[in-house]
Design a protein around this ligand. Structure first.
Ligand code: SF4
Ligand code: SF4
Length: 378
């Protein structure tokens, strides 16, 4: 059966799943096997980046070998790569030419600003050296369309979408973190392509779900439910950071499954959230963000979201990993954890759930603090 393709901005149509290359960087052979399996699974879109170590070079070599072996998706591969913001125009040109050389291609279909996380990054892309660089790359026909990935604030993402200067975006969109979904749907309405970053791993380590989560999502597996939650709402494509060929089994099953959510799926999602809420009882954080701003700039909703997941769904390993990245990843993640609370009480009257926020932050800090883990890019 022919695999479905979705519109992706003004570029070529792409598969519902995208091969992410950041986990196939052990060898060219590993990248080749993973790309081959992606093709067999119906995938035609690959995303990579200079920041993923040898990924681009390994991918370029693999694509050559796949071509020699007569293996390619219908219409050929569509490639997305990225450049970091704030790079100067001369270095940027070198960077883009380097991407093309490593990948062995004439044109990057989709070039994303990798980590448009701060207002100065958006300024760079819209008005600064970045704007000149992107114009040059398009005029030279080295790049098909331009987009961005962002871990930034909702306001910043909205501003970037509203600028109408980007044709696609890659965002953290997750069943267990739906805060950016309205922006993703807005971007789709504006005609942009939307790629969901790592719904499995960053979405809650859903490839290794807790028994509690499996039971709560029954009869659908948590990762399948998370994929369907996104595809059923029209998200253009979901990244799959494959390490081995077995990682594609669910993508093979869902490669054409972007019809609206079915009743059984809606009920499974509702049941899962209801059970999570009942375990948390009066300490459930509704993620409304009304407690902000905190004078100490503590990301209260995000910290309490991790607490929701740790206690409500027994996703403690994931919550600990994310919590211990706070303050460790520059502009890619939150800067302050619960220990920064000075108990000023400013947030208390703003919380419609009447949560004792300082106590919950202190409790979360005790439960989740531990050794920081190594951070993969995104
Ligand atoms: S009580 Fe703590 S979390 Fe609340 S506003 Fe004050 S410092 Fe921020
Ligand atoms: S106001 Fe209360 S419920 Fe809403 S995000 Fe903040 S702590 Fe959570």
């Amino acid at each position: 059966m022919k695999a479905k393709r979705n519109r992706f901005g003004i570029g070529p149509e792409i598969s519902l799943f995208t091969l992410g290359t950041m986990r196939a960087i052990e060898s060219i052979e590993q990248m080749y096997l993973v790309a081959k399996e992606a093709c067999l699974a119906g995938i035609n879109h690959i995303e990579t980046a200079p920041a993923y170590g040898p990924a681009e070079f390994f991918l370029g070599e693999s694509l050559k070998k796949l071509k020699a072996d007569g293996i390619k998706p219908e219409g050929n591969w569509i490639i997305t790569s990225k450049i970091l913001p704030e790079i100067g125009i001369s270095d940027g040109k070198t960077q883009i030419k380097g991407i093309l050389k490593r990948l062995g291609i004439q044109k990057i279909h989709n070039l994303a600003i990798h980590g448009l996380n701060l207002p100065k990054h958006l300024d760079w892309a819209l008005k600064g050296e970045g704007a000149k660089l992107l114009k040059w790359a398009k005029n030279e026909e080295l790049v098909g369309q331009v987009g961005f990935t962002s871990h930034g604030s909702l306001n910043l993402i909205e501003e970037a979408i509203n600028s109408r200067q980007f044709q696609f975006c890659s965002l953290h969109l997750h069943l267990l973190d739906q805060s950016r979904m309205p922006l993703a749907l807005k971007a789709l309405t504006e005609g942009m392509g939307v790629m969901a970053i790592s719904p499995a791993d960053k979405g809650g380590h859903l490839h290794l779900p807790s028994t509690t989560l499996i039971e709560d999502c029954y009869p659908i597996l948590p990762l399948e439910l998370a994929y369907r939650f996104l595809l059923g709402q029209g998200i253009s494509t979901l990244t799959l950071g494959a390490h081995k060929i077995e990682d594609f089994s669910l993508a093979k099953k869902l490669i054409n499954s972007n019809d609206p959510l079915k009743g059984i799926e809606k009920r499974a999602i509702e049941n899962m959230f209801n059970r999570m809420k009942s375990r948390l009882g009066e300490t459930f954080c509704g993620q409304c963000k009304k407690c902000l701003p905190c004078p100490e700039e503590i990301p209260i909703p995000e910290i309490l979201r991790l607490r929701n997941l740790a206690i409500g769904l027994d996703l403690k390993t994931f919550a600990k990993e994310r919590y211990n990245l706070i303050g460790q990843a520059g502009h890619w993640w939150e800067k302050k954890n619960g220990s920064a609370c000075i108990k000023c009480g400013d947030c208390l009257p703003r919380c419609p759930y009447s949560l004792d926020i300082p106590s919950l932050l202190s409790n979360t800090n005790e439960e989740l603090q531990g050794n920081p883990v190594r951070r993969l890019w995104r």
